[in-house]
Design a protein around this ligand. Structure first.
Ligand SMILES: Nc1nc2c(c(=O)[nH]1)N[C@H]1C(S)=C(S)[C@@H](COP(=O)(O)O)O[C@H]1N2
Ligand SMILES: [Mo]
Length: 258
């Protein structure tokens, strides 16, 4: 456990100064993929109960296990999208992501547009963790990136915000991949925006340039190919209303705590 990094607090505000953009970089309605009426009232009783019980019995800031360099998987396989198909992504990749910006918006006082260089210049956290995919495989990798919590605080997260939504570049048959987490996970010390895997820039199959690592959750919550982060009060108006691509399109649970 990296003690220095775990202490990143808003007292290091200076380090994230300069992220703010003058113009409000708003998340346009184009993110909002068709909302199905059937998805309203999405949280079924059983899932809500699981969520409440898990939150009661697990300490708010309990850490996911961390491993050593010797435990790192020889190959960290890719799952789901391995190369986003859009021309926009192809162009960003061709430019080595110099023009990529991570937009932070929604219920924040100060919308941000963070370049990759800026993101790398923030205080960093490195952690070696195990990724567990519901499809039945796991891999251990070393991830590096800034902790999400201070970025949200710097953006002036509104007290009305209850969820953080991650919008991605990749598209599955007309719907963009997205995911969402609650504020407990958003402010968890191991929740980082990873731009590096095993001391290398994040490979495209693993989500270049930046992906979410939310270590207390299953693999599909770890959104790759991040484009924007949106703070919301409710998930009803996002995608199909269930809080994530797989949640909307299959029976995957929104709360995938491990
Ligand atoms: N944008 C995006 N994020 C995604 C996916 C995806 O297809 N697109 N797949 C998810 C699933 S199911 C898993 S297991 C992990 C896979 O991460 P990896 O490709 O680095 O192994 O990413 C998750 N995040
Ligand atoms: Mo997965």
């Amino acid at each position: 456990m990296n003690r220095a990094n775990s202490r990143i607090e808003m007292s290091r505000r200076g380090a994230i100064g300069g992220l703010a953009v003058g113009s409000g970089l708003l998340l346009a309605g184009c993110d909002r993929v068709a909302t199905t009426k059937a998805a309203k009232g999405a949280f079924q009783g059983a899932e809500t109960l699981t969520y409440r019980v898990s939150r009661l019995i697990t300490a708010r800031d309990a850490l996911a296990p961390q491993f050593t360099g010797a435990d790192i998987s020889r190959v960290f396989r890719s799952n789901g999208t391995a190369m986003p198909g859009s021309p926009e992504y192809a162009q960003l990749l061709a430019g080595n992501f110099a023009d990529w910006r991570l937009h932070v918006g929604g219920l924040v006082a100060r919308p941000l547009a963070i370049s990759l260089d800026r993101l790398k210049a923030l205080p960093q956290r490195t952690q070696i963790t195990r990724h567990d995919c519901v499809e039945g495989w796991s891999a251990i990798g070393q991830w590096t990136g800034p902790v999400l919590g201070p970025i949200l605080q710097f953006a002036g997260l509104s007290s009305a915000a209850r969820y953080i939504v991650f919008h991605c570049y990749d598209d599955f048959g007309g719907a963009t991949y997205y995911e969402s987490i609650d504020l407990i996970d958003a402010f968890h010390p191991q929740t980082i925006l990873a731009w590096s895997l095993n001391n290398q820039p994040l490979p495209v199959p693993n989500g270049a340039p930046v992906r979410l690592r939310v270590e207390r959750q299953l693999g599909y919550k770890h959104a790759k190919y991040l484009r924007a982060i949106e703070a919301v009060a409710s998930l009803d108006q996002i995608g199909g209303g269930k809080g994530g691509f797989w949640e909307d399109s299959s029976d995957y649970a929104w709360f995938a705590g491990i």
